[in-house]
Design a protein around this ligand. Structure first.
Ligand SMILES: C[S@@+](CC[C@H](N)C(=O)[O-])C[C@H]1O[C@@H](n2cnc3c(N)ncnc32)[C@H](O)[C@@H]1O
Length: 422
């Protein structure tokens, strides 16, 4: 209850997996269209009531959704801040075997290209209701860079929500990378599952890897360069040691900010690398990461710090708050929170320890406008952090220690955790 998905036909839906069939509202171009009628209407009333009673709002559907978590607590930010997933178009030039786009296209009514006036109605209404649109992610089942007016959409967002972070996820297999010139985006995720044409095209049917590399090269030379992530899904056909090493060398050459390998549970998933041996992945690239796909990130257990036994909050030199600790079905420990120096500056690095063992480290960069609104001296809203730490099956930490640093200075915090869920 912190994100809404907008389909290209103007329907607001729950999420881009199972929730795609649950219509929460319909956008119109009417100047008095009001988001309040959706968020405070009967559908959301049903969602809130169901969660309060510990039930899934649509039994049989919600459980199949990538973001539904039986062990998780509802996180309802809709009154003050919201993330949007926007599908500019349902058109695509590729035919990826597991993609539901064709099926969706057969059952869906309405336009395949988003009407900018409908999008603006949503942005305007959020602004007028005091709801900050924190992120807009152009995604959906189509290919966003095939939508002719993407630049115009990004400018509408800037007009109504100037601080919003805008992200595009693209296959990158498009003939002309200069389409990006007209856009105002902060993050670009390029879905490129391979480093060689022969293996790449097995999943990305009709894709041309040289076009993807052309786009990565083009972006690396832009004056206003977005944060670029190369997203590489691990299949049986693209997981050889040679190809994984080549991808990492290419990522270095294109100066990408992140190379993210994804463990999927879909057909033809890699058998060499699975959630059980995630820690043995041959990572050489300093900005490389590996994560299970969203479908494997369902929360199994939710934890919270016990205030009386934890050392968190505002201390002399640093503030450090841990809001959420969760363990996924794929044995990933996710920790979310925020940190600032006592002067309100961003901290450089946060390390997480289990006793003497360093479990992982993180930087800030997640938007937390709620924090910057409440702390006028904060350097900015991007003071949130998120750890995703692979852990052993069955492990649920009872306590964690954190080392927060800024330049030479450092602060130490500790959390005693209580987990619920199976
Ligand atoms: C359906 S695509 C549409 C956006 C864009 N055309 C693209 O290819 O990135 C949305 C996302 O689904 C992901 N995806 C596609 N097939 C997948 C699979 N078998 N397992 C996990 N993620 C997948 C892609 O990597 C991409 O990030």
């Amino acid at each position: 209850m912190r994100a809404l998905t907008l389909k290209s036909n103007g329907q607001l839906v729950c999420d881009d997996s199972s929730g795609y069939g649950i219509i929460l509202g319909d956008l119109s171009t009417a100047s008095n269209w009001n988001i309040g009628q959706v968020l405070n209407g009967p559908v959301y009333g049903h969602v809130r009531k169901s969660f309060a009673e510990g039930r899934a709002p649509w039994p049989g559907i919600c459980e199949g959704c990538h973001t539904f978590s039986g062990g998780g607590a509802p996180n309802d930010t809709l009154e003050s801040r919201i993330s949007l997933i926007v599908e500019p178009t349902l058109n695509c030039n590729l035919r990826c075997p597991s993609c539901l786009r064709i099926k969706e296209g057969k059952t869906r009514s309405g336009e395949w290209d988003l009407e900018p006036a409908k999008f603006e109605a949503l942005l305007r209404s959020c602004a007028k209701n005091g709801i900050e649109v924190e992120t807009v992610h152009y995604l959906g089942w189509g290919e966003p860079l095939l939508y002719a007016g993407l630049g115009a959409l990004t400018r509408l967002v800037r007009k109504w929500h100037p601080h919003c972070i805008q992200e595009v996820t693209t296959s990158g297999s498009i003939a002309d990378p200069t389409v990006l010139d007209d856009t105002d985006i902060d993050r670009l995720t390029v879905s490129c599952d391979g480093a060689l044409q022969d293996s790449y095209v097995k999943y990305r049917r009709f894709g041309e890897i040289d076009q993807v590399f052309g786009l990565l090269d083009y972006v690396s030379r832009l004056k206003r360069k977005p944060f670029v992530e190369w997203k590489y899904i691990l299949f049986e056909h693209n997981d050889s040691d040679e190809e994984l090493a080549l991808a990492q060398a290419l990522a270095e050459g294109f100066s990408v900010d992140s190379l993210l390998f994804i463990i999927t549970n879909s057909k033809r998933a890699s058998k060499r690398y699975t959630i059980d041996n995630i820690r043995s992945f041959p990572m050489q690239f300093a900005r490389g990461e590996i994560s299970p796909a969203a479908a494997l990130l369902t929360i199994r257990q939710s934890g919270r710090p016990v205030p009386e036994y934890s050392r968190l909050g505002d201390l002399a030199d640093f503030s450090f708050f841990l809001d959420q600790a969760q363990i996924t079905i794929s044995n990933i420990l996710e920790l979310r929170g925020w940190s600032l120096t006592a002067d309100g500056a961003y901290v450089d690095r946060i390390e997480c320890y289990d006793g003497p063992d360093l479990l992982g480290w993180a930087r800030l960069g997640h938007r937390r406008s709620d924090v910057s609104r409440g702390r006028p001296n904060a350097q900015g809203p991007d003071c949130g952090f998120a750890f995703k730490i692979p852990i052993d099956a069955g492990f649920a930490p009872q306590s964690l220690q954190f080392r927060v640093s800024s330049g030479e200075a450092c602060g130490r915090f500790a959390a005693t955790l209580e987990f619920t869920g199976a």
